[in-house]
Design a protein around this ligand. Sequence first.
Ligand SMILES: Nc1ncnc2c1ncn2[C@@H]1O[C@H](COP(=O)(O)OP(=O)(O)OP(=O)(O)O)[C@@H](O)[C@H]1O
Ligand SMILES: [Mg+2]
Length: 145
Amino acid sequence: MTELSENAALAAQETGVTVEVEVPAGLPPLPADRALLWRAFEHLLANGIKYNKPGGRLRVCAAQEAGRFVFTFADEGIGISPQDRPNIFTRFFRSAAVRDSIPGSGLGLSLVKAVVERHDGTVGVESEPGRGATFLVELPEARPR
Ligand SMILES: Nc1ncnc2c1ncn2[C@@H]1O[C@H](COP(=O)(O)OP(=O)(O)OP(=O)(O)O)[C@@H](O)[C@H]1O
Ligand SMILES: [Mg+2]
């Protein structure tokens, strides 16, 4: 997560989006394939910057509670309509709102979902269209494999 914040600072400089990373001290190590999970977080970070508004904020938080790790990526960007929400984790899906204006291949979130599920976790999204989106990743503390 420290690495994540360093990366975030760099990305933020380039885009004018402010990235805030909040990770409590003394978080126990995550039983995960670090490289894979790292790629998933990178995608959420990239989306939170790419679909943000100019000068917007992206807040990344990590926490540990009730036997699981919870990560949130909350942006202040264009948000996701209720119709699109069930589709965004599907490979190659891109919302009509971004298809012609913001580049992308529609693969990032399908990778995020695959990686999270491989770790027996869940990923979901909440969004108020026009005001931002919050992605929530939950991973079990102990991995049964
Ligand atoms: N933070 C976000 N705010 C608003 N819309 C989002 C956000 N993240 C994803 N989306 C929507 O979900 C779609 C799928 O996202 P996904 O990350 O899979 O693909 P992408 O960003 O279009 O391309 P890439 O493969 O480069 O990540 C996006 O095209 C966009 O419409
Ligand atoms: Mg993406």
